[in-house]
Design a protein around this ligand. Structure first.
Ligand SMILES: Cc1cc2nc3c(=O)[nH]c(=O)nc-3n(C[C@H](O)[C@H](O)[C@H](O)COP(=O)(O)OP(=O)(O)OC[C@H]3O[C@@H](n4cnc5c(N)ncnc54)[C@H](O)[C@@H]3O)c2cc1C
Length: 488
């Protein structure tokens, strides 16, 4: 250490040991940076214990059962009902019974110091945890996001479930009202319905409104077919829980629903209210405004990575930002070259162009890049093509009566894909091919030579490209006239 170094306890202090904070610290440490990470709850964060992992574990058994039911021959071998207790136990195994020993051991092995407690900035380069204050050349806030509770009379007092209570539930309520038709709301509505709850899903508008319009339609129909009572355009006006524990939810139209639990999943906000932002001239509660290296704008030492910057509330995208930030912090502290231009090693450029996300409902929803409407809104000259996944041989084999749809949004001026959406059983694994096409800016002409195997669901790519036609002479005709296709 030189004289300057000795003024600081660490090169880097990361606040929040969720998936993002862990990766910032890890990537910086691998470059020789001395890092500590502060965690107020469990090392591993929301994703490991109350979000991605437990929610997907709650969904997976129902998916597997439905998949078998959709294949003649396998269907006949099935009998009985889903074992909800076994599903809850499997979920709990995925969360390590809400213990973080394994992740703490990993931090140790990675050479990252763990400081337990609630951290707050205490001025530039200073982080206080309880009555201790640490200094660091750089500080990265990776404190995630917290749920937003809508101001519905009686809701708070009714002790509603949030996503934490739902993903860590130790029982399946006989009746469950889910408020919120977004990702977590639709996933958890399906999960609990599969486990035996009678679920009513209330959505202010269409389901998954940010997606292509057909997505919400497919999902609403399939959730209804699975027994979920889907109510679109429905919002709670008042909530009460009686002395027997039964919750009454009065809707704006006067209808009253009753359930043992109400789950509220109506969005999240950056977790910046109590991290000392005011001590460095920033506004508590707001998302951190960052550049593509995750450096907070107006500072040269503070970073905001993951959910806390509001760019993309997804684990994989936050971890991508963390890789860029960890490397950028090391480069800046060590005075090595920074590659922070578009698509540079130290820049999270994909945040602006290609954020992939999967909704693990049934059908799954997988999309990346821009929807057609969004592309037009940002001024791109696009043409979109759609195709019915049910016509693809691989899909027909995959499940009897396979139902789904896919859409590509093509930038006509550059002849590259800028958006892709798939809805259907097990389409999640199709998504990465679209992400590569978008990030790689692969020309349509060259995509034509990426031949999907027969008979796989990936043949949807061939069908979409056929539908799009040759770039210089668009041919929008259906092969053999039997395929359902749309050119818009
Ligand atoms: C129900 C649900 C399901 C989801 N499913 C998926 C999915 O399938 N795939 C996906 O990509 N994303 C999913 N997400 C989103 C994903 O969980 C988040 O994007 C991800 O957890 C963000 O990681 P993070 O590290 O930024 O924040 P977090 O995981 O929230 O971690 C932040 C950490 O900081 C700690 N912390 C906060 N403040 C302080 C402080 N002042 N001092 C010390 N420590 C502090 C917290 O205790 C926490 O451990 C889901 C979210 C929900 C709610």
């Amino acid at each position: 250490m030189n004289d300057l170094d000795s003024r600081y306890d660490y090169d880097l202090i990361v606040v929040g040991a969720g998936p993002v904070g862990e990766n910032v610290a890890d990537y910086a440490t691998k470059r020789g940076i001395r890092a500590a990470i502060v965690e107020s709850e469990l090392v591993g964060g929301e994703c490991s214990y109350w979000a991605c992992m437990p929610s997907k574990a709650l969904l997976r058994s129902g998916h597997a059962l439905r998949a078998a039911q959709r294949v003649g021959g396998a269907r006949e071998a099935l009998g009985g009902r889903i074992d909800a207790d076994a599903v809850l136990a499997r979920r709990s195994a995925f969360t390590d019974q809400w213990k973080d020993d394994g992740q703490v051991a990993w931090l140790e092995s990675a050479g990252i110091d763990l400081i337990r407690g609630h951290a707050r900035l205490a001025g530039p380069h200073r982080v206080s945890v309880g009555d201790r204050t640490f200094t660091a050349k750089a500080v990265a806030l990776a404190t995630g996001s917290v749920p937003f509770l809508p101001p519905v009379p009686g809701l708070d007092a009714a002790n509603p479930w949030g996503t934490r209570e739902a993903t860590s539930a130790d029982h399946v309520p006989p009746r469950l009202v889910v408020v919120g038709g977004g990702v977590a709301g639709t996933e958890l509505a399906l999960a609990f319905s599969s486990l035996g709850s009678h679920v009513t899903l209330l959505s202010r508008g269409a389901l998954l409104e940010q997606e292509e319009p057909f997505v919400g339609e497919y999902l609403a129909a399939s959730l209804a077919a699975e027994g979920v009572d889907v109510r679109l355009g429905a919002t709670p006006a008042r909530v009460d829980r009686d002395t027997n524990g039964v919750v009454s939810v009065q809707l704006a139209d006067g209808t009253v629903l009753q359930a043992e639990e109400i789950l509220v999943s109506t969005g999240r906000r950056p977790n910046t209210s109590d991290v000392g932002l005011e001590t460095v001239g920033l506004t508590p509660g707001a998302a951190l405004t960052v550049d593509d290296t995750m450096l907070v704008v107006g500072t040269d030492w503070l970073y905001g990575v993951g959910d806390v910057n509001g760019r993309a509330l997804l684990t994989h995208q936050g971890k991508y930002q963390a890789r860029a930030a960890g490397e950028a912090i090391a480069a800046r502290l060590q005075g090595t070259t920074l590659s922070d231009g578009s698509w540079g090693w130290h820049a999270a450029t994909a945040d602006h162009r290609a954020v992939p996300h999967v909704v693990f409902t049934d059908p799954e929803v997988a999309s990346v890049g821009l929807t057609e409407a969004r592309a037009r809104a940002v001024g791109l000259n696009v043409r979109a093509v759609e195709y019915d996944l049910g016509w693809v041989s691989g899909a027909k084999l995959h499940a009897d009566g396979y139902s789904g749809r896919a859409k590509l949004v093509v930038d006509e001026d550059r002849q590259i894909v800028v958006g892709a959406t798939f809805v259907g059983q097990d389409v999640a694994e199709l998504l990465h091919s679209a992400t590569i096409a978008i990030v790689g800016e692969v020309p349509i002409e060259r995509l034509w030579h990426a031949v999907p195997s027969y008979p796989t669901i990936s043949e949807i790519w061939l069908r979409l490209l056929e539908t799009y036609g040759r770039p210089e002479a668009v041919i929008a005709t259906a092969s053999e006239g039997r395929d359902l296709l749309t050119v818009s």
